[in-house]
Design a protein around this ligand. Structure first.
Ligand SMILES: [Zn+2]
Length: 568
């Protein structure tokens, strides 16, 4: 008994000491505001610049560059022709770029080469030309997808749902809110990133999606945020530097595919072209991260979230088979009952391991000084709270679950065609996102093992493993941070793992430093607009975006020496 009391006293003393240490550490550690705001004075130059850039972005948005997987309905040739038209817009907006840079056009995708004084550490500035359809459908076709055995390109395409053309998508029929596959028994809608709800009868757009209207301080329309803004910014940065007669220290490439939104072949074709020229980029800067407003609960301000890797993803179908029959004679363990039990099991007890990977830990530590006190108390004492965070937060917060582990979200279900008939086959659709510590293969094995316990078959419709993982302590990441600090004073930087897919994933094979960072400000409204309705970008952030790319190119001077130093 005495021993028990003694142990209890030790335990309580340890708890109190830990609490006091945490409290004192938090009190003593400096706090930091991330208070960067665009300077946007009514009379100042910035306003004039911002309006000039807004007009350029507007002209780019006005040209509909919706892309679709190639099919009879959307033949490649027609789409390429459309992009050739868009290239004329670019030529008009950025004449010096088109006069001085070597341009290569590959089936609508673009590569520009700006010769620098050296070619040994070239950089690539990236952004895609294409946009998702107005309704926000996307297809879950993801870079790096490997067909499962026996699956051909044709069968893979067959699983891709058809798309509603932009013009008709403006006024969808009420039952046409989500595009679904038409071929009978395979009603697979594999939408990826289309978290937005379907628009109403007017499409939900308060301004026509390809109007490019400039109103209320924003440029409105599909592509304004994703991602014609960053394309405009790097084209404009090069245009202005050319006007000044600037010659970059290293070769600079501009890379812009026209098939990003469905993981098509455009980006790979550009990389093949670079490969033929023997070019291996030192740094790639694509979309993906950005300057995020209020990135987490309890953390306020604009933070530069610099993407260093992407979660993997898969669209998975679970199939339960039954004998069919009339509903008047009930059966036990029916297909729908098994699917329901499976969903409840997985939702109640996540089978995936929750773990704080180094970039996630670095992100939390970077954001911590800017957090409110209770959040800071936890984030600045990860030596104590790391494990509780890993164990508890995924159960109560979806964002935490996505950061710390593989996730699965059940999104679709189908059963019998009539209410009084047992289904011979019932299906469930799910979207999975993998983390680096439990990647696609392991996560799929876990989920299919559980599914088989309920008599379900597991089919992977589409999938891609995690990509990238830039060394966030390396020279290239530091260079991006320095450029952010120079361009956006007061903006805190942090590494960040994306849950969405970008074309940069293609570049991971040929470049160790594929950074995902578009230098524009994404508030909650802008994030909602990506692949959703009423996409619009406040244009006061455009001068900063142009300056970021200018600084990125100008700062290459001296980078080659630094990167050759030991330990960098
Ligand atoms: Zn995009």
């Amino acid at each position: 008994m005495k021993v028990l009391i003694f142990l209890l006293i030790i335990f309580v003393t340890a708890c109190i000491s830990a609490a006091v240490i945490c409290f004192l550490r938090t009190l003593l550690m400096p706090t930091r505001k991330s208070d960067y705001r665009p300077e946007f004075t009514e009379r100042g130059m910035e306003k004039e610049r911002a309006e000039q850039y807004a007009r350029k972005l507007s002209a780019m948005v006005c040209y509909d560059t919706t892309s679709y997987p190639f099919s009879d309905q959307h033949p490649e040739q027609l789409q390429v022709e459309r992009f050739l038209g868009y290239h004329k817009v670019l030529e008009e907006l950025f004449p010096l770029v088109h006069r001085h840079l070597e341009k290569v056009e590959i089936s609508g995708s673009l590569l520009y080469c700006w010769k620098g004084r050296a070619s040994d550490q070239p950089i690539v500035l990236m952004g895609h030309q294409d946009v998702v359809p107005v309704e926000g459908a996307s297809w879950g076709s993801v870079p790096g997808y490997k067909a499962s055995e026996g699956e051909t390109d044709q069968t893979r395409e067959d699983k891709t749902p058809p798309y509603i053309p932009a013009e008709t998508a403006l006024r969808p029929k009420p039952d046409q809110a989500e595009p679904v596959q038409e071929d009978g028994d395979e009603k697979t809608n594999v939408s990826d990133n289309s978290e937005q709800s379907a628009p109403g009868s007017d499409g939900g757009w308060i301004r026509p999606p390809f109007s490019g209207e400039i109103a209320d301080g924003r440029v409105w329309g599909r592509g304004s945020v994703d991602t014609k803004c960053s394309c405009m910014a790097f084209f404009q940065a090069v245009e202005e530097l050319l006007r000044e007669g600037f010659v970059p220290a290293q070769d600079v490439y501009l890379s812009s595919s026209c098939t990003e939104e469905w993981g098509g072949p455009g980006c790979q074709a550009i990389i093949d072209e670079l490969g033929r020229r023997g070019v291996r980029p030192w740094l790639v800067c694509d979309e993906g991260g950005g300057i995020y407003t209020d990135p987490m609960p309890g953390i306020r301000g604009n933070f530069a979230m610099i993407g260093v890797g992407e979660k993997g993803r898969a669209n998975v179908r679970f199939v339960a088979r039954g004998k069919g029959g009339h509903a008047s004679t009930p059966q036990k363990n029916s297909p729908i009952a098994r699917l329901a039990a499976f969903v409840c099991d997985v939702e109640k007890h996540s089978p995936f391991r929750s773990s704080m990977e180094p970039p996630t830990r670095a992100m939390l530590e970077a954001l911590a000084p800017s957090a409110s006190f209770p959040i800071r108390l936890i984030l600045q004492n990860l030596w104590l709270f790391r494990r509780p965070i890993e164990l508890v937060t995924p159960r109560i917060n979806g964002q935490a679950a996505a950061m710390l582990g593989t996730t699965i979200t059940f999104t679709m279900a189908s059963g019998s065609d009539a209410v009084n008939v047992f289904p011979q086959e019932a299906t469930l659709g799910a979207n999975m996102r993998f983390v680096h510590h439990q990647d696609m293969k392991e996560s799929l094995e876990i989920i299919s093992r559980i599914a088989s316990r309920y008599g379900l078959e597991t089919e992977v419709v589409q999938g891609a493993a995690c990509t990238g993982k830039v060394d966030f302590k390396g020279r290239a990441f530091r260079y991006i941070e320095e450029t952010v600090e120079k361009t956006f004073p007061g903006c805190v930087t942090s590494p960040y793992i994306l849950t969405a897919a970008t074309d940069a994933a293609f570049y991971d094979a040929v470049c160790d430093n594929c950074i995902r960072f578009a230098p524009v400000i994404y508030g909650p409204e802008e994030k909602k607009g990506i692949h959703g309705v009423n996409e619009a970008l406040p244009y006061d952030c455009l001068p900063g975006a142009v300056d970021f790319f200018k600084n990125l190119v100008i700062g290459l001077e001296g980078q080659e020496e630094l990167s050759r130093m030991p330990g960098t």
